[in-house]
Design a protein around this ligand. Structure first.
Ligand SMILES: Cc1ncc(COP(=O)(O)OP(=O)(O)O)c(N)n1
Ligand SMILES: Cc1nc(C(=O)O)sc1CCOP(=O)(O)O
Ligand SMILES: [Mg+2]
Length: 210
C-alpha cells in the first residue's frame, strides 16, 4: 500500500505509562520516534486530569522536537490546551460533530468504528480518520465489541475513503497483512511499549509498511 496523503503516518504508537511499565514511558516514546514511529497518541485511562495534562505537556515537547503529530485520547479540553494535532474519541466519548462545532478545525478528529452501520452515522461528516476497532482481540483493551479481522478491514476499505487505522493485536506477525489489506496506518501499544528494545521494534514494524 502507498502512503495516504490524507494520513501520511503509517506507524502509529498509542502510549501510556502503565502500558510501558517498568520502562519509562517518555523514554519509550523517544526511542520509538527514533526507530520510525510517525504519530503518537497519549492514552491515559487511569490518570487524574492534572496528571494527564502534565504528561501531555511533556509528550508535546518531545513530539514537537521531532516534528511529529500528537493525538490526545478522549480528553478534548487537554488536546486544545496543549495545541495537539488531534484527538481520538470512541462511540462513548464526546462525539465528532460536537467537537467540530466547538473547536472548528483546530483538531484532527479520529473516531473508533466498531460496526459497519456507524459508517452511515451523521458523525462521519466531522470525522477525519477512523480507528478500526479492533482488528484482533487484545489484552490491552478488553471492552471491545466484535473483531473486524483482516477480512473485515478489507471490506471496510471498499466502503469508505476515510483513512483507516488498524488497531488491536498489531505486531510483527499481523501488521503486514493489515497494511496490505488497506490500512493507512498501523496502531500498536504492546508490540512497542512492552518490547525490550522499542527503537529496534519500531524500525522492524516500519520496515513492514513500505
Ligand atoms: C487509533 C485508535 N483507534 C481506536 C481507539 C479506541 O478508542 P475508544 O474506543 O474511545 O477506546 P479508548 O481508547 O478510549 O479506551 C484508540 N484509542 N485509538
Ligand atoms: C487502544 C486500543 N483501542 C483498541 C480498539 O479496538 O479500539 S484496541 C487498543 C489497544 C491495542 O493494544 P495492542 O497493540 O497491545 O493490541
Ligand atoms: Mg475513548
Amino acid at each position: 500500500m502507498a502512503i495516504n496523503p490524507l494520513f501520511p503516518y503509517p506507524l502509529y504508537l498509542v502510549i501510556s505509562e502503565q502500558d510501558c511499565y517498568p520502562q519509562s514511558w517518555l523514554h519509550v516514546a523517544e526511542e520509538a520516534i527514533i526507530g520510525g514511529v510517525d504519530i503518537i497518541q497519549l492514552r491515559e485511562k487511569n490518570e487524574t486530569p492534572t496528571g494527564f495534562l502534565e504528561k501531555a505537556k511533556k509528550l508535546k515537547q518531545l513530539t514537537d522536537r521531532y516534528g511529529i503529530p500528537l493525538v490526545i485520547n478522549d480528553a478534548v479540553d487537554i488536546a486544545i490546551e496543549i495545541e495537539a494535532w488531534g484527538v481520538h474519541v470512541g462511540q462513548n466519548d464526546r462525539q465528532p460533530i460536537a467537537i467540530r462545532e466547538k473547536y472548528g478545525h483546530r483538531l484532527q478528529i479520529g473516531w473508533s468504528l466498531e460496526d459497519r452501520t456507524q459508517l452511515d452515522s451523521k458523525q462521519m461528516a466531522a470525522v477525519d480518520h477512523l480507528g478500526v476497532s479492533p482488528i484482533f482481540p487484545t489484552k490491552t483493551k478488553t471492552d471491545t465489541i466484535t473483531t473486524w479481522g483482516i477480512s473485515g478491514l478489507a471490506e471496510l476499505r471498499n466502503l469508505t475513503e476515510k483513512p483507516l487505522i488498524a488497531i488491536g493485536g498489531m505486531n510483527l506477525d499481523t501488521s503486514a497483512s493489515a497494511w496490505l489489506s488497506g490500512a493507512d496506518s498501523i496502531a500498536v501499544v504492546s508490540a512497542i511499549c512492552q518490547s525490550k528494545n522499542p527503537r529496534e521494534r519500531s524500525a522492524q514494524l516500519k520496515e513492514l509498511l513500505t
